[in-house]
Design a protein around this ligand. Structure first.
Ligand SMILES: O=C(O)c1ccccc1NCC(=O)[C@H](O)[C@H](O)COP(=O)(O)O
Length: 250
């Protein structure tokens, strides 16, 4: 774990809770819905692959969206989402593993478990198609990528710097999210994706994460090499079906 650089107090608090959260007792075995195939199918339809995030709240959002997350998820899929991201972190994002379970039951697109996983046993709590691993926060990335893959998850390794990208590739990641949000200051800068994506090997599936809020942002990330976009706040703000439709048809 590389936490030598400063981390925002909210993120420190998220990590403290994550350390305390229990893992599962039984090793899961997942039959995952293929994310690369879903991305390719969206591209064939000439639409932009978007992972729509069910994000009831967050440290950088005001208030909580109280709508039924399952209804929100259905609407996002109706709006053309290629995949869904469901927060399972309860204390800072209003998520839950039960929500993820219910969402995955009613949609047929791949579903990402968005959480702050720090240990292998934390994989074994709920089934999902993709699982997030944040390079900066895990001790042995290679071991966790292998452990996730062995269970059938598609690990999405999140990075913020070129060094973390290299670490992700060395650990065997083939789906990489480049987070435009600096978890040190919680500031968003879309130039992060442009800078880091330029160093990525061709065969890695690249996701631009955070801070995407307009058609112009979508075009900018696609021009910089994004195969897919992960969008939370801008989709959760208003009509999630219409918002997803706009981003996927930009
Ligand atoms: O979104 C936050 O406020 C946040 C704060 C601290 C750590 C992580 C945080 N977000 C996690 C995410 O990765 C985003 O939810 C995701 O990339 C979507 O971002 P956005 O479209 O900007 O909501």
């Amino acid at each position: 774990m590389n936490t030598s650089d400063a981390i925002a107090p909210a993120v420190e608090s998220i990590l403290d809770s994550a350390r305390e959260r229990e893992g599962g007792d039984e090793r899961l075995s997942i039959e995952a819905r293929s994310f690369p195939e879903a991305v390719a199918a969206t591209e064939r339809e000439d639409r932009v692959p978007v992972i729509s995030e069910v994000k009831p709240t967050s440290p950088t959002t005001e208030g909580v969206r109280e709508d039924d997350p399952v209804e929100l998820a259905r609407e996002m899929v109706a709006g053309g989402a290629t995949a869904l991201s469901v927060l399972t972190e309860p204390e800072h994002f209003g998520g839950s593993t039960e929500t993820l379970e219910r969402v995955r039951e009613v949609v047929d697109v791949p579903v990402l478990r968005k959480d702050f996983i720090l240990r292998e046993d934390q994989f074994d709590v709920v089934e999902a198609d993709l699982i997030l691993l944040i390079a900066r926060f895990v001790d042995d990335l290679e071991e966790l990528v292998a452990a996730a893959t062995d269970r059938g998850f598609q690990p999405l390794v999140e990075v913020h710097t070129a060094e973390e990208l290299e670490e992700a590739i060395d650990a065997g990641a083939d789906i990489v999210g480049i987070n435009n949000r600096d978890l040190g200051k919680l500031e968003v800068d879309l130039a992060t994706f442009e800078r880091v994506a330029a160093k990525a090997p061709e065969d890695v599936l690249l996701i631009a994460e955070s801070g995407i809020s307009s058609g112009e942002d979508v075009r900018r990330m696609r021009e910089a090499g994004a195969d897919a976009l992960l969008i939370g706040t801008a989709i959760m703000d208003g009509d999630v079906r219409e918002n997803t439709r706009e981003f996927t048809t930009t």
